[in-house]
Design a protein around this ligand. Structure first.
Ligand code: FAD
Length: 335
């Protein structure tokens, strides 16, 4: 069913007030194509959403918003080392991670408790605690919004990078991802390289997938604000990748700064550290602010508007640029 003037407040984790002119949640690829070719919506902008956990509505969306509500999970193949599982775009991400961990299939456990739906996971190649989903993706199926062609991309064709993929570049706003097939290891190797994860698992002998999942859920619950309690979209900015010489010169003046390798001649600088150094951590500006425990997370209090958040984002970006000569970019999709 297609609804008009759909209220989006509960369909974005920032909890911003906004409306979509038209809203559809098709349950099959055929139903999706029917909506896309319906002349009633011709010429309107189209936006595809999962759970709205990486979206900032700067105002109403005067177009057709589609939530592909495909909820099947199916094992499609197996070889000596891997199981191949195809999941629909509408499957809740963490429900899917739990489903894989319960079966002892590895690859996604470090990505536990990331909000969202399966269909969005390839878009920014979700990542956390030393894992990126692109490493466990076998293929991605999508429908081209203009031609209605069904296309399948292999993982290399998706060109996954740090919070990046072809779906944020050449195919930006051009596809409806319908299904993602994952390649999951039958003999998983635990990835506890991150200091927080190692510390959380220190008392556990021979940790398994469910121990890693539990550890990560505990860390995330302690560190990140729950969108059900306070509106947020997780990390608002990406960690900037800058020339190593610049990063090292900042580190010389600030020995506490931790840098991460980002390919030859480049370093990744924690955006949270940059924002904190500019004095924004824990500050509130009207109905928006920077979380007191995590400077990378911008929060929206009751009554916040997308415009206020964008103003705060610009203010932070300017301050970081003036102090460190570094451009930080939003990770959140601004609509
Ligand atoms: C508390 C919190 C913690 C978070 N932690 C992390 C983290 O650790 N790591 C991380 O990487 N992210 C994190 N995020 C961001 C977010 O969870 C991910 O980006 C997630 O994949 C977004 O899923 P979604 O279904 O909510 O997508 P949405 O926000 O609805 O959409 C995100 C983007 O994907 C596009 N899109 C969505 N579905 C489809 C589809 N089927 N076809 C084509 N395009 C589509 C949208 O158009 C939009 O551009 C966090 C967010 C929150 C609120």
């Amino acid at each position: 069913m297609i609804t008009r003037n759909r209220d989006l407040k509960r369909l974005n984790t920032l909890g911003l007030e906004a409306k979509a002119l038209w809203y559809a949640a098709p349950h099959s690829v055929d139903a999706l194509k029917e909506v896309l070719k319906d002349p009633a919506y011709e010429g309107l902008p189209v936006l595809i959403t999962g759970s709205g956990s990486n979206l900032l509505f700067s105002g109403d969306f005067n177009g057709l918003l589609i939530h592909p509500d495909f909820n099947e999970i199916k094992i499609t193949g197996e070889d000596s080392d891997y199981v191949y599982v195809r999941a629909g775009a509408g499957v809740d991400w963490d429900v899917f991670v739990a489903w894989c961990v319960d079966r002892g299939w590895g690859g996604l456990e470090n990505l536990s408790l990331i909000p969202g739906c399966v269909g969005a996971c390839p878009v920014q190649n979700i990542g956390a605690y030393g894992s990126e989903v692109g490493d466990s993706i076998h293929k991605v199926e999508y429908v081209d919004i203009k031609s209605l062609k069904e296309v399948t991309l292999s993982a290399p064709e998706c060109r996954f990078g740090y919070r990046d993929s072809i779906f944020k570049r050449e195919l930006k706003s051009a596809t409806v991802i319908t299904y993602v097939t994952f390649r999951l290891s039958k003999y998983p190797v635990i990835n506890a390289g991150y200091a927080d994860v190692a510390a959380e698992l220190s008392g556990v002998e021979n940790p398994g997938l469910s121990d890693v999942r539990r550890a990560i859920i505990d860390i995330r619950r302690r560190k990140l604000p729950d969108p059900a309690v306070i509106g947020n979209a997780g990390s608002f900015f990406k960690n900037p990748v800058v020339p190593e010489a610049l990063a090292l010169s900042i580190q010389r003046d600030n020995p506490s700064l931790k840098l991460f390798a980002a390919g030859s001649g480049f370093s990744k600088v924690p955006a949270a550290w940059l924002i904190e150094q500019c004095g924004f951590k824990g500050k509130r500006f009207g109905n928006v602010g920077v979380h007191p425990n995590q400077a990378l997370v911008l929060v929206a209090y009751d009554g916040a508007t997308g415009k206020e958040l964008l103003e705060l984002s610009d203010r932070i970006r300017r301050a970081v640029n003036e102090k460190f000569g570094i451009e930080i970019e939003p990770e959140v999709n601004i609509i």
